[in-house]
Structures are given as structure tokens and as C-alpha cells.
Design a protein around this ligand. Sequence first.
Ligand code: HEM
Length: 297
Amino acid sequence: MLHKAGKRPYSLLCYKRAGKRPYSLLCYKKYGSLFALYLGPHYTVVVNNHQHAREVLLQRGRDFAGRPSMVSHEEKVESGRGQKSPGSEEERITDDHVLMTAAEAFGAGVETTSTTLLWILAYLLHHPEVRTERPVCMSDRSRLPYLDCVINEGMRIRPVSPVLIPHTAMTDSSIGGHSVSRGTRVLVNMWAIHHEPRHWDKPDLFNPDRFLDNQGQRVTPSYFLPFGAGPRVCVGESLARLELFLFLSSMLQRISFSLPEGAPPPNLQGRLGVVLQPLPYKVVVAPRAGLGGRIQL
Ligand code: HEM
């Protein structure tokens, strides 16, 4: 039996308005790595460590590949899994499906990538030592490991999706040896996983070096999952990584970013809407020396 965090409808997030930590998500420190609660009428299991997250996303990924109907086009998912009779009206991909899929790609793809860039820029204003020297293209990616580390660290410290899109159990299954019935909602708390002090030294510190090993080679720890994993992994991961690399490298190479005189560095607390966004901040944008006053983007 999972520990239940009370029966009354429970606030999804516990906000802390003041203090160093931006907020604590889902009270994982109080209730532990795996607990259950009612979010309104929905019995929901909350997963707060990477072992259980990997179980839900990868080892039993198919069991937990459902989405609540509010976040997915249920008919499309159902027909995609062959539950409608072959050749039936419902099985066919219609213009609406194509339209919805395109809308989902834009909805899920624009805000996430642009907000990740805003977070990285906010952290770079706190750490101005990161820069590149010449025009960058995709083939440079293998030669610029540190830039990838900066991007990874931005996505670790401020995941735009701090709680993954809800999953639902499509069949009776289990997590961490606890039975989970079909239909149960499962929330994977990526914030907790990306700030777990047993895995991340000083998790609140922006430190891209943590993604390099002693030989300066990139490493990707198994508990770093900014795009999720398994059957429901972000379909835009490759595109997002490519965009982040090209945008960030081009910006850093052509533009110098600095704080307006006397202004404090960006507030890193964040505000949760559709994605976790930084609060608005001011930045002075100037062409880097040697560009003859032109900014080419
Ligand atoms: C920095 C950029 C991005 C981040 C951090 C991100 C992260 C995520 C995460 C965490 C999920 C949920 C995974 C889960 O629930 O297990 C997701 C789902 C999704 N993402 Fe992204 N994403 C990004 C960019 C994009 C882009 C560029 C696209 C499309 C062009 C996209 C399309 C989608 C779609 C359609 C889903 C839903 C997949 C499903 O339900 O099966 N994302 N993304």
C-alpha cells in the first residue's frame, strides 16, 4: 500500500514565496520517493526518484503509456493501438488528427525550447564566463562539448516540464513492488529527480562541469531525463537539442549579454504556467566586438 498524502483534494504544488528554493514540488521531501494522493477525484501516484521513474517510463513503459483524456486525443491513441475494428471510420487518420498533431507539435515545441533558452540566458548572466569565438555549425557539436553541458545543466536545474505530462496505467501493474490499478494516474516529478542531492553535488548550483568526466568527455547520467524516456519520450527531442545548440551558439558568438547598470541578476525563482518560466528580466544586448556593429541572426 502506498503512503497516502491525505484524502482531500490536494494542491499540486507547494509554493514557497520567499526563501532560496524556488518552490518544492509535490512535497516529496515530506512524503518520500513514492506516494499517492487524490488530485480532485483522481487517485494519483507521484514518483519522485529516478529508479521508480525508469520503472514507469522504461521497464513498464507500455503499462504506463496512457494519458488522461484531457491531455491527449484519446480516440487517436485508442485507434492507434488497434482497439477499433480495422478499416472502420474511427481507425482512419482524418484531417482533424493531422491538424491536432501539428498543433500539438507547435504547442509542445515552441514554448519549451524558447523558455529553456530564457533559463539558460538567465543563468549565463549569473555566470558570464561561457562564450564561443567563431561561427558555429552543426558539425561543430562534437567539438563543443561544454556548450552541450551548459544546455544540459540549464534543463537540469530548471526543467521546463518539472512534472512530466501525466501518464495513466493502461493495465494493472506495479511500481516499486506496489500494485497500481489500471486507470491510475502517475506523475513523474522531474524536479525532484534533477535536484536529488545523492546524485547531484550541490544541486542548486549551476555547474555545467557535472556533465563532463575527468577526461573532459560528455557524460549523460541515467537520472538525467529532461525529455522523459520510453514510449512517451518527447517526440521533439532531437529537434529541440538541435535548435538549442544552434540558437545558443549563434547568440553567444555574435552577441554579448550583460546586466543593465545597477540591475540585479535575473530572479531564478520561476513561475509555473504551461511550462516553468523565469520571471521577466532585463538584459543589455550588444554586438560582440569584431562584428562591425552588426548583429546577424
Ligand atoms: C527544450 C525543449 C523540450 C523539452 C524540455 C521537452 C520535454 C518534454 C517532456 C518532458 C515531455 C513529456 C514526456 C513524458 O510525459 O514522459 C514531452 C512530450 C512531448 N513533446 Fe517535448 N520537449 C521539448 C521540445 C519539444 C519539441 C521541439 C517538440 C515538437 C516539435 C515537442 C513535442 C512533444 C510532444 C508532441 C510531446 C507529447 C508526446 C506524447 O504524449 O507521447 N517537444 N516533451
